[in-house]
Design a protein around this ligand. Structure first.
Ligand SMILES: Cc1ncc(C[n+]2csc(CCOP(=O)(O)OP(=O)(O)O)c2C)c(N)n1
Length: 390
């Protein structure tokens, strides 16, 4: 069920050693190197570094009490940026909640993401979602749902719709390995197999589902092999290797676009940080394991490659870090100054014509707020409020 790597004539594995191109020292298996325009190499690197810089700054803001909650993706940047790179802009993404790299690659701005985390009046989700539960409809990125794996059947449905409309759109959905224990994982794969739709199931196997280690999540040797039971191709890739992720996702995309059906990709990586800012992993895992994975850091690995081919130097890095710092600080300043969404926005976005009973409630609320204002009380409508912790 695994595809053949035509360049080296080997089968891409569903078990055993994950498919890889880039070595830890930055050298690469040139036989397997995907064709990537030289100018895109630095763009990819930038997107990965930007993702990390954004994550780190948001975590600090939460620690400072300026943000209610955050969920970082440190160590998983090659998996998210590389897979998004392999898609067309018109393809759909049904995310989990740890795919900041995919949004950044797709051109979502730091400002848009920061506004969402603050839930301010500039936030596309109008303060109705938890921080990190983004929705970028203008870029074909569907709203994040907290319940795990619900996005899988949704992604299959979207791909089925594309098939009925005879469009060649590909739908990629992300999830963690813990989500493979949800019923929706099996429902999604089953229907994708039966309908032979253009869905790519991208599993970020980062070793942990909060405090549940991979070892007790499943008795299967790999997650990729679970796809086989549904007649879906499963492949195993080194998720910290940007080139391997690009190559494997590209093949899956090409196959899907040409009517070849779904693929499940298991990207083997590691959740270097805590699950979220509400988690403290020191209570359930060994720091030594984390250190071993930090040595396989996807950004450092890619940087070593770029340095070897003469595309990276310290001067470039210093300038990049300065630029990103400024961009992120500016976005935070704007997000913190923006007011909260006005209360009457809760009546928007469900009905195109607001029904009479909601109109009545809206009027009542506005009159009440007006009354509070003239009585000199705080209506709670102004100022940015950091979202609550979860
Ligand atoms: C249906 C459901 N059950 C439990 C949870 C609580 N929960 C949130 S994240 C998480 C861990 C998920 O792990 P995984 O799918 O491996 O993704 P990762 O966080 O590692 O990226 C759990 C159990 C939930 N959100 N939804």
């Amino acid at each position: 069920m695994s595809f053949v790597d035509v360049k080296v004539g080997k089968v891409v594995p569903m078990s055993g050693e994950p498919y890889s191109v880039l070595n830890d020292d930055g050298s690469a298996n040139l036989d397997r190197m995907p064709n990537i325009p030289r100018e895109d190499l630095l763009k990819l690197y930038r997107a990965m570094v930007k993702t990390r810089a954004y994550d780190q700054r948001m975590i600090t803001l939460q620690r400072q009490g300026r943000l209610g909650f955050y969920l970082g993706s440190t160590g998983e940047e090659a998996a998210t940026v590389g897979s998004a790179f392999a898609l067309r802009e018109s393809d759909w993404i049904f995310p989990c909640y740890r795919e900041q790299g995919a949004y950044i690659w797709r051109g979502i701005t730091i400002q848009e993401m920061t506004n969402q985390c603050y839930g301010n009046a500039l936030d596309g989700t109008k303060g109705r979602q938890m921080p990190v539960h983004y929705s970028f409809r203008h870029k074909n990125i569907v709203s994040i749902s907290s319940p795990l794996a619900t996005q899988l059947p949704q992604a299959v449905g979207a791909a089925y719709a594309a098939k009925l409309k005879k469009e060649d759109t590909v739908v990629l959905t992300y999830f963690g390995e813990g989500s493979t224990s949800e019923g929706d994982f099996h429902v999604g794969l089953n229907f994708a197999g039966v309908w032979n739709v253009a869905t790519i199931f991208f599993c970020r196997n980062n070793g942990w589902a909060i405090s549940t280690p991979r070892e007790i999540q499943t008795a299967s040797e790999t997650f990729a092999q679970k796809a086989q039971a549904y007649g879906v191709e499963g492949v195993l890739v080194d998720g910290n290797d940007i080139f391997a992720v690009i190559e494997v996702t590209r093949r899956a995309v090409e196959k899907a676009r040409n009517g070849g059906g779904p693929t499940m990709i298991e990207a083997v990586t590691y959740r270097v940080g805590p699950h979220s800012t509400s988690d403290d992993p020191s209570g359930y895992r060994n720091e030594e394991d984390v250190k071993a994975w930090e040595k396989k850091d996807p950004i450092e690995r890619f940087r070593r490659y770029l340095s070897k081919v003469g595309l990276w130097n310290q001067n470039f890095e210093d300038k990049l870090q300065e630029e990103l710092k400024l961009e992120i600080m500016t976005a935070i300043e704007i997000a913190e100054k923006a007011p909260a969404p006005t209360p009457e926005t809760i009546f928007e976005d469900v009905f195109s014509d607001i029904p009479w009973h909601l109109q009545e409630q809206r009027e009542e609320l506005l009159t009440h707020l007006e009354g509070l204002k003239s009585a000199g009380s705080n209506s709670g409508a102004g100022g940015t409020v950091a979202k609550e912790n979860h």
